[in-house]
Design a protein around this ligand. Structure first.
Ligand code: ARG
Length: 256
């Protein structure tokens, strides 16, 4: 009898603390199971400067990491970043990660598996070539050995180039190293990372704007589980607020 009463009291106490826990995870967190535990697990691939790279302390850093931390703060949740292969980010959502931020381009194919937040950045693929190369047009890429990071939009572009050999790497920087070593004719990678990689080897590689090759503008967004409207609303509102209060521009100035 007594233990039954104690049991009921315990259950009540547990319920109250659970409810309190929900309240503590932020007023924007209404209704999203992902946010209700107070932790947002974020997948990234820290091989994409200035958006994400491994910082001096061995932890992922960069624009995207700062952005998702600022979003977490707005939502009242703790952000935990998990570094993984770019190619496994989309499938990790709902298991290893709640969401992913990785300079990830919104594509129709990815939309089959995940929802995307409002876009937060525009980019275009660039073409890196050896300094002495005469590659200048899309046709010049035909039949060439072209490197990219596996599973990226650069990879998908190379697949379409007539006769090109698509050399896929786990990290874009490894493709850049092979370009410098003469193993590749070109590397296709997003505009901002292309600028960072070129700055490291200014007399060895040239950075060509993909617009001159007919490549389309891409938009980066946060990948989220399909159908979690409460989560999407909360994240989109946070992005809006960070743009309105100047935080977003501060991060652009800091990292770009
Ligand atoms: N924007 C490209 C894409 O979505 C490349 C992104 C690569 N990002 C990274 N963190 N490695 O496919």
């Amino acid at each position: 009898m007594q233990s039954r009463i104690m049991g009921a009291a315990l259950t009540a106490a547990l319920l109250i603390s659970l409810l309190a826990g929900c309240g503590a995870s932020g007023s924007n967190a209404n209704g999203s199971a992902v946010l209700s535990d107070g932790v947002l697990t974020v997948g990234t691939n820290a091989e994409f400067p200035p958006f994400e790279y491994v910082g001096d302390n061995g932890e992922p850093d960069g624009f995207d990491i700062a952005l998702i931390n600022a979003i977490g703060e707005k939502l009242g949740v703790k952000v935990e970043v998990q570094n993984m292969e770019f190619d496994s980010l989309v499938s990790s959502i709902g298991s290893k990660a709640d969401v992913a931020i990785a300079g990830m381009t919104v594509t129709e194919e990815r939309k089959q598996s995940v929802d995307f937040s409002d876009p937060y950045f525009d980019a275009v693929q660039h073409v890196l070539v050896p300094a002495e190369s005469d590659i200048a047009t899309y046709e010049d890429l035909e039949g060439k050995a072209i490197g990219c990071q596996l599973g990226t939009t650069g990879d998908f572009i190379i697949e379409e180039i007539e006769g090109a050999t698509d050399q896929q790497y786990n990290k874009a920087v490894d493709a850049v190293n092979d370009l410098i070593n003469g193993r590749l004719d070109a590397v296709i990678v997003d505009s901002n990372p292309a600028g960072v990689f070129t700055a490291n080897y200014p007399d060895k590689i040239r950075d060509l704007d993909g617009e001159d090759f007919g490549f389309e503008t891409e938009q980066y967004a946060i990948a989220m589980p399909k159908g979690d409207k409460a989560l999407a609303d909360a994240i989109n509102q946070a992005i809006k607020d960070l743009k309105a209060d100047g935080t977003f521009d501060e991060l652009v100035n800091k990292y770009m």
